[in-house]
Design a protein around this ligand. Structure first.
Ligand SMILES: [Zn+2]
Ligand SMILES: [Zn+2]
Length: 126
């Protein structure tokens, strides 16, 4: 991967935001430091970084992709109330066993749970 100052900036912001930001959120923060930066450049760099496995892409069906600097395998929960994405640890050994029993070798996976986060659940309880 060729060195690019903008790419390094994008990478740094994904780590700094630390809460699974969208491309727009990364663009907003990064463009303060690099005024010439365009949203298209941010998207392109995020794709290159994700393909190179420097960051992880978190797909949320029906919503904008999120980006994650935590590289180890883990799953996510999307809050349908506030739109936050949080890390969840699942018992993946059982999951992988189920998958591998019927399919080939699993090299990577991502799972997104949909629900209501702890903060929102606290607010709506009555
Ligand atoms: Zn929430
Ligand atoms: Zn994560």
């Amino acid at each position: 991967m060729r060195y690019s100052r903008q790419r390094e900036l994008v990478l740094k912001k994904v780590a700094a935001l630390d809460d699974h930001p969208t491309a727009e959120e990364i663009y907003e923060i990064a463009s303060r430091e690099s005024p010439g930066l365009s949203l298209g450049t941010v998207y392109r760099n995020l794709n290159v970084l994700a393909d190179a496995k420097r960051i992880r892409r978190v797909s949320v069906p029906g919503h904008a992709d999120r980006f994650d600097h935590t590289l180890r395998e883990h799953s996510h929960m999307y809050c349908t109330c506030c739109g936050s994405v949080t890390d969840v640890e699942l018992d993946d050994a059982a999951l992988l066993q189920i998958i591998e029993a019927g399919a080939g070798k699993i090299e990577d996976y991502s799972l997104t749970l949909f629900g209501v986060c702890g903060k929102c659940r606290g607010k709506s309880s009555n």
